[in-house]
Design a protein around this ligand. Structure first.
Ligand SMILES: Cc1cc2nc3c(=O)[nH]c(=O)nc-3n(C[C@H](O)[C@H](O)[C@H](O)COP(=O)(O)O)c2cc1C
Length: 344
């Protein structure tokens, strides 16, 4: 089909196939501890995305900030899936004051061929995985960071790349202190344990042992990961590639000018654009949001490293051979139809 034959108005309600494909793609968005705190409703010619507070981390994330960042990542993925099908999404973010859990409403009354970069990003939705550990010595592809910077700006966020040692060491020190603090807090430890699955578990959410190393590699400066295994020996066995993967990569912060639910959704959209754009260039990301769950550490990062804007995510970008695998709930279980029924 040519570009001109693909553009124009759509007639009638969206097909069940379109909705199924969009929801299936969106379900593969990243989310804090793989909580997948979302569900979708197909109503007439709209698809709405809702936050699911039963999946919120009430101890680590009482404001729902990380829950809405996760939903923002799902929203970006749904919009991208529509574009890959040649549909032009119209998006209303947080459209109803009376329903703060209604994250977005999507319609797609018109169509136009997807751009080449949209297809490339969409091809990464199922491939992309969060990395945990060090990176190899290869540098990032030239030009990637400026592209990520522009993309984040488009979504209403700002990407800060920490180019000097002083900033990198300060951020690493804050992650270390925060991880230490979290490990001493029994309520937080118990909450995290509830979202980590044991080897062989058939669970379709939470962090499986196929997604983190049994013996994490240390980088310099060190950015410790979360203690998913809690001394139980779970996780991926070391590979021969691990010895060379000890580099920090590019340490980055994603921030927003404000700190409202709309900013959190924007940060989630920007995050998924960054992750998919990077994955399309063979670049993986490691996330370290531990300090952003502690008010003193978040404030330190805000004032010292983000120029007063609000830090929403801490990430490192680098090249590495990835072996991580993750899980997701089946699309039918996160989609409700206007009549209230789910696809199950
Ligand atoms: C808001 C948010 C915060 C996250 N924080 C962390 C983190 O601190 N440490 C980590 O290892 N992964 C973190 N992640 C990544 C999730 O654990 C990951 O997306 C989820 O387990 C699904 O795995 P996948 O990204 O490989 O598909 C975060 C993701 C989001 C969206």
């Amino acid at each position: 089909m040519t570009a001109s034959s693909m553009s124009g108005q759509l007639q009638g309600p969206p097909s069940a196939d379109t909705i199924a494909r969009v929801v299936a793609a969106a379900g593969w968005a990243p989310s804090v501890h793989n909580t997948q705190p979302w569900w979708f409703a197909a109503e007439g010619n709209a698809l709405s995305l809702h936050a699911d507070p039963s999946r919120q981390l009430l101890v680590a994330d009482p404001s729902g900030r990380e829950m809405l960042i996760s939903c923002g990542a799902a929203l970006f993925t749904a919009r991208l899936a529509l574009r890959s099908l040649g549909l032009i999404p119209q998006t209303e973010v947080l459209p109803e004051r009376s329903d703060p859990l209604l994250v977005a409403r999507l319609r797609w009354p018109e169509r136009a061929d997807p751009a080449e970069y949209e297809l490339r990003l969409s091809g990464q939705v199922l491939q992309r995985r969060t990395h945990r550990g060090g990176f190899g010595p290869s540098p990032l592809p030239p030009g990637l960071l400026p592209v990520l910077h522009i993309g984040a700006h488009r979504d209403g966020a700002r990407l800060h790349v920490l180019a000097d040692d002083a900033s990198r060491f300060l951020l690493a020190g804050t992650v270390q202190a925060a991880e230490h603090t979290l490990r001493l807090d029994s309520l937080r430890v118990r909450e995290l344990a509830g979202w980590v699955s044991a080897p062989g578990s058939g669970r379709a959410d939470g962090v499986p042992p196929t997604s983190y190393p049994a013996r994490p590699t240390r980088t310099f400066p060190d950015f410790p990961g979360r203690d998913f295994a809690r001394g139980l020996g779970w996780g991926l066995p070391p590979t021969s590639a691990d010895a060379g993967a000890r580099h920090v990569g590019a340490a980055c912060l994603l921030s927003t000018a404000g700190d409202s639910p709309a900013d959190w959704v924007a940060a989630g959209q920007a995050l998924q654009r960054i992750l998919l754009t990077s994955a399309g260039c063979g670049v993986a990301a490691a996330l370290h949001t531990q300090p952003l769950e502690l008010s003193w550490a978040r404030e330190l990062i805000r004032t010292e490293l983000c120029g007063g804007s609000y830090p929403q995510l801490v990430l490192r970008l680098g090249t590495v051979i990835q072996v991580e695998a993750s899980v997701r709930r089946p699309p039918g279980s996160i989609l409700c139809h206007g009549d209230g029924g789910s696809d199950d």
